[in-house]
Every structure is written in structure tokens, then in C-alpha cells.
Ligand binder design. Structure first.
Ligand SMILES: C[S@@+](CC[C@H](N)C(=O)[O-])C[C@H]1O[C@@H](n2cnc3c(N)ncnc32)[C@H](O)[C@@H]1O
Length: 237
């Protein structure tokens, strides 16, 4: 049974998500990293920009095969890494890759739903210095709740980074509909309201938000900064 699931129906939803993702990825885990490399753009720049503090903690929500966590652990040898994913087949792959990379002492992964997970229960940590979500909100139907959960487990002086499919605004007009149809075959649905939801969340949590859309809008990249306490201080006279 997956940990961090409540009695309010969230366990059922998490179990459904786990079953759906296991069905989706059952025959893909061995080819996943190779086949996704050309089109899940923006992951490596996100990883390179994590720059956790000395002895810091980094969490990837929906970590899949662990390729981002492994890359990050190699780049930042002083930090500890954690990953959650709802799919047991993806996690089995992640655990194998982490072991092969010799990083089992620095990367821990666990089966959890992005909406309901409790990192204190799972890893003994309530929040992390860096949290990131890479190409997963487009696969999580309650993506708004997952985004709220991600910010809730980001330390107040920490950062949350999100990378996902963008709106393709500066791509040729024919490309977006073709891409959307192809992505839908994999249950991937780029979230039209993601920027607005992120702006709302940033305003409510007093965090600066940096939004960028590289590769002509193919990618959407969000970076929530540390809580800015000055935003609640009354103006000085
Ligand atoms: C496209 S893959 C991305 C994997 C990885 N983040 C990367 O960048 O390569 C999406 C991942 O989201 C996971 N996922 C989907 N729904 C989830 C949920 N509700 N909770 C946690 N993980 C979920 C899937 O199992 C899958 O591993």
C-alpha cells in the first residue's frame, strides 16, 4: 500500500493514479530515458540551476526513472536527494539506476502520490531546500493540488522549480495541435492555466516568480524564489 494516503478518498485516487501510471510505463522503463531525451527539453538546465546550499536537501516530485536525481547528485555532491513517484515500475527502474550509479547513500526514493504525500512520514523531513517537478504536472489530473503540495514542502528560504510543456506560442501554427494529439496518446496534457495558477500561488505565498518560455514556447519554466517577508511589512514612514 502506498504511504501518505488519507481516509478521505485520497487513497483511492492515489491507487488509481498508480495503476494508470504502471499501465502506461510497464513496457517503457528500459527505453524511457533514451526516448524522452530529445523532447523533454529544459530538464538539464533546471538541474544545473538547483545549486542547493551546503548539506542541503533536494526533492523531485514525480521523479520517474531517477535520471534527474542522478544528474543532480553528480553535480552537487554535498547535497542529499529525495524522490517520490506514484508508479512502482518507474520507481523500480529508479532504484536500479541509482544503485548502478553508486548513489544509494545520497538518493532515496519512495512511492507516493504527488497530491497527498507527507515527506515527514516518508523521509523524516517536513520541507526541502530545493523542490522540482519535471514534466509531471501535465500527467497529473489534479495538477493544481500537486503544485500547492510542492510549494508547501519547499522551505521558506528555498526554491521550487517546475518545467513542463509550454503553449508553443512562437512555434509554427501547425505544430501545437499535432504535438497535443501525440502527447495525448501518452496521457500528457499540457496545462493551459499553469502560468496563472503559478502567479496566484506566488502571490499567496509571498514568493517571487520567474516565468520563462524557452525553445519558442515549447517549454514552460517556473521558478519560485524564497518567501519575501518584506512583502508583508507595512511601508516605513
Ligand atoms: C513524463 S514522466 C517524468 C519523469 C521525470 N520527472 C523526468 O523528468 O524524466 C511523469 C512521471 O510522473 C509520475 N506521476 C504521474 N502521476 C503522478 C502522481 N499523481 N503522483 C506522483 N507521480 C506521478 C509518473 O509515474 C511518471 O514517472
Amino acid at each position: 500500500m502506498m504511504p501518505s494516503s488519507g481516509d478521505d478518498g485520497s487513497h483511492g485516487a492515489a491507487a488509481d493514479a498508480a495503476a494508470a501510471m504502471d499501465r502506461m510505463y510497464r513496457f517503457q522503463t528500459t527505453i524511457y530515458d533514451l526516448t524522452r531525451k530529445p523532447y523533454l527539453l529544459g530538464r538539464d538546465p533546471l538541474v544545473a540551476a538547483l545549486a542547493p546550499p551546503p548539506d542541503g536537501t533536494v526533492l523531485e516530485i514525480a521523479c520517474g526513472t531517477g535520471r534527474n536525481l542522478i544528474a543532480a547528485a553528480r553535480l552537487f555532491p554535498h547535497a542529499r536527494f529525495f524522490g517520490v513517484d506514484v508508479s512502482s515500475v518507474m520507481l523500480a527502474r529508479a532504484e536500479r539506476s541509482i544503485r548502478r550509479a553508486g548513489l544509494s547513500d545520497r538518493i532515496r526514493v519512495a512511492q507516493c502520490d504527488a497530491v497527498t504525500f507527507d515527506p515527514l512520514e516518508t523521509f523524516g523531513l517536513a520541507c526541502f531546500d530545493r523542490v522540482f517537478v519535471s514534466y509531471a504536472l501535465s500527467m497529473i489530473p489534479p495538477w493544481r493540488e500537486a503544485l500547492e503540495r510542492a510549494i508547501a514542502v519547499t522551505a521558506s528560504d528555498g526554491r521550487l522549480a517546475v518545467v513542463d510543456f509550454g503553449d508553443h506560442a512562437r512555434q509554427p501554427a501547425w505544430l501545437a495541435p499535432v504535438l497535443m494529439r501525440w502527447l495525448a496518446l501518452f496521457d500528457v496534457r499540457p496545462r493551459a492555466g499553469l502560468v496563472e495558477a503559478a502567479e496566484d500561488l506566488a502571490a499567496r505565498t509571498l514568493r517571487p516568480l520567474d516565468v520563462s518560455a524557452p525553445w519558442k514556447g515549447y517549454v514552460l519554466s517556473l521558478d519560485f524564489g524564497p518567501v519575501d517577508d518584506r512583502a508583508v511589512m507595512p511601508p516605513s514612514r
